[in-house]
Design a protein around this ligand. Structure first.
Ligand code: AMP
Ligand code: ZN
Ligand code: FE
Ligand code: FE
Length: 287
């Protein structure tokens, strides 16, 4: 079985529509995928139906934005939530607040871009984000690419939008502890997405991971991810073993938005998948 538990559609910043994503997964020979759009469950219901028709399994997911402090520094942390009840009010309100913060951030980023001579209008960004439920920096990057201001998303991030860049604006999001608690009370299970990507190895020490597991019900680590070196993947698996956490592997597919993340580039074992589903069922969630 080939199981890929981290994919994005154009309900957030992926470039495939939900039907295109399901079809791409089928063509890639995947047996199970999870749809994990940023701060949104908008695509999950239709993905579930389409996947059933295509003969593949679909696990309900969300990649939830959060923030955590460490030695006076604030880190962005992404949490993969699986099997949360779709009608849980507290989680839905938390996600809506983050989506609103995402929308408020766009004009601020555009002001900073225009201050350095890159004029991008809100209408151009809206044209790129289309009907996305959750707007992000990749949509701004796409608008700049469409205007010929840069060759691709990656270049826009490197030059302007990444932390330290001239148009970087931090995103407001709830604390990591609150996000983990909200996922648990929504009957889902939480796996840390790419725990050591982009410098987050400074934050996610073994003792911090132990605390998140003990106090906030963390169940897994996405050790196999293209943002990690082979050494990081090895060490994360050792820590997961020590803490009794489930190890997952996934692509973080964004369609053409990310070139290093083709579907199935990393997969999750059948045993890990079964353990996640068991965790969801024991919390009375909705896989
Ligand atoms: P945001 O959601 O607005 O904070 O933007 C973060 C999103 O941008 C994440 O989904 C990343 O996958 C994507 N991203 C971050 N860095 C890059 C990059 N260098 N190239 C393309 N996409 C990126
Ligand atoms: Zn993304
Ligand atoms: Fe992420
Ligand atoms: Fe992702």
């Amino acid at each position: 079985m080939r199981i890929d538990l981290h994919t994005h559609s154009n309900c957030s910043d992926g470039t495939d529509s939900v039907p295109e994503l399901v079809e791409a997964a089928r063509r890639a020979g995947l047996d199970v995928i999870a749809l994990t759009d940023h701060d949104s469950m908008a695509g999950v219901a239709s993905a579930k139906e389409l996947a059933a028709t295509a003969g593949i399994g679909l696990l309900r997911g969300i990649e939830v934005s959060s923030r955590a402090e460490h030695e006076g520094e604030t880190f962005d942390v992404h949490v993969l939530a699986y099997g949360c009840s779709p009608d849980d009010r507290l989680l839905a309100d938390m996600l809506e607040a983050t989506r609103q913060a995402r929308r408020r951030r766009v004009p601020e980023i555009l002001r900073r871009l225009s201050a350095i001579g890159m004029v991008v209008s809100l209408e151009e960004v809206a044209a790129r984000s289309g009907s996305a439920d959750s707007i992000g920096r990749p949509h701004i990057a796409d608008a700049m690419v469409a205007q010929g201001l840069a060759p691709d998303r990656d270049t826009v991030f490197r030059r302007y939008l990444a932390p330290g860049g001239p148009a970087f604006v931090p995103k407001e999001s709830p604390s990591l502890d609150r996000v983990l608690d909200a996922i648990r009370q929504a009957h889902g299970v939480a796996v840390l997405a790419h725990p050591w990507s982009r410098g987050n190895d400074r934050l996610m020490t073994r003792s911090r991971l132990a605390e998140l597991t003990r106090l906030h019900g963390l169940v897994g680590l996405e050790a196999d991810h293209v943002d990690h070196t082979p050494q990081m993947r090895h060490t994360l698996k050792e820590i997961a073993g020590e803490l009794g956490l489930i190890v997952t592997g996934s692509s973080d597919y964004h369609g053409t938005g990310k070139t290093k993340n083709p579907l199935g580039v990393f997969c999750t074992s059948e045993g890990s998948y079964a353990a996640l589903v068991e965790g969801i069922e024991s919390r009375k969630g909705t896989p």
